[in-house]
Design a protein around this ligand. Structure first.
Ligand code: AMP
Length: 224
């Protein structure tokens, strides 16, 4: 069965992480989140982490030459052979071009780009109220989905924290960076004939229902 090679696009706070977890679970795709990989490198104090930290704290993009290498390397791992889900990559036209080149060299291509859209004024509230489990990464929100016990993950009992780049000032910069550098990718994938725009407003289950329709259609087309 041909794999689904999926890109998850959308501004910070659109719900990419939440939806990626469901897609991974139901479609068995290798979930590749550059944000998670970079945060892990920062937490471990690796050389990669040291290069990335300042950019991440400011809400700016980590330079292409740092990020592209880790993704290309990750895509060589055997678990990506039956399909992958890229979350947070590509984030610029340069990254998208490099991804296409790396995939073409392996006889592959992007089968579907899911662009989750949410109005900007809703994104700021979603991001500044966002909390995450330090252990299993389960997302919470101080108002919309608080944990049963404050500070403790419902799933695994882990510690709940706020990402340092979810402060209001950094959030505003991340949204500006998204508009300037990442949003043009919507046109890029539309021109490539693989774009599906998903309305990201509503309960996560509702949004996931819309995503499933696109994924099932794409799976049908690749003969899965
Ligand atoms: P995320 O978890 O996807 O919101 O990413 C958090 C931060 O990691 C971003 O604000 C960037 O600083 C950095 N980052 C993640 N993915 C990329 C990427 N594809 N290119 C450049 N920087 C990235």
């Amino acid at each position: 069965m041909a794999g689904l090679n999926v890109i998850l696009l959308g501004p910070p706070g659109a719900g990419k992480g939440t939806q990626a977890e469901r897609i991974r679970r139901d479609y068995g795709l290798a979930h590749i989140s550059t944000g998670d990989m970079l945060r892990d490198a920062v937490a471990k104090g690796t050389e990669l982490g040291a290069k990335a930290k300042g950019f991440m704290d400011a809400g700016d993009l980590v330079p292409d030459e740092v990020v592209i290498g880790i993704v290309v390397e990750r895509l060589r791992e055997p678990d990506t052979a039956s399909g992958f889900l890229l979350d947070g990559f590509p984030r610029s036209l340069v990254q998208a071009g490099e991804l296409d080149k790396a995939l073409a060299a392996a006889g592959k291509q992007v089968t579907l780009a899911l662009a989750i859209t949410v109005p900007e004024d809703e994104l700021v509230g979603r991001l500044t109220g966002r909390r995450l489990c330090r252990d299993c990464q389960k997302p919470y929100h101080t108002i919309f989905s608080p944990p049963r016990q404050e500070g403790v993950c419902d799933e695994c009992g882990g510690d709940i924290y706020q990402r340092s780049d979810d402060s209001e000032e950094t959030v505003r910069n991340r949204l500006a960076v998204y508009r300037a550098q990442t949003e043009p990718l919507i046109g890029y994938y539309r021109d490539g004939g693989v774009l599906a725009e998903i309305d990201g407003v509503g309960h996560p289950d509702e949004v996931y229902g819309r995503i499933r329709e696109s994924l099932d259609r794409a799976q049908h087309q690749v003969g899965g």
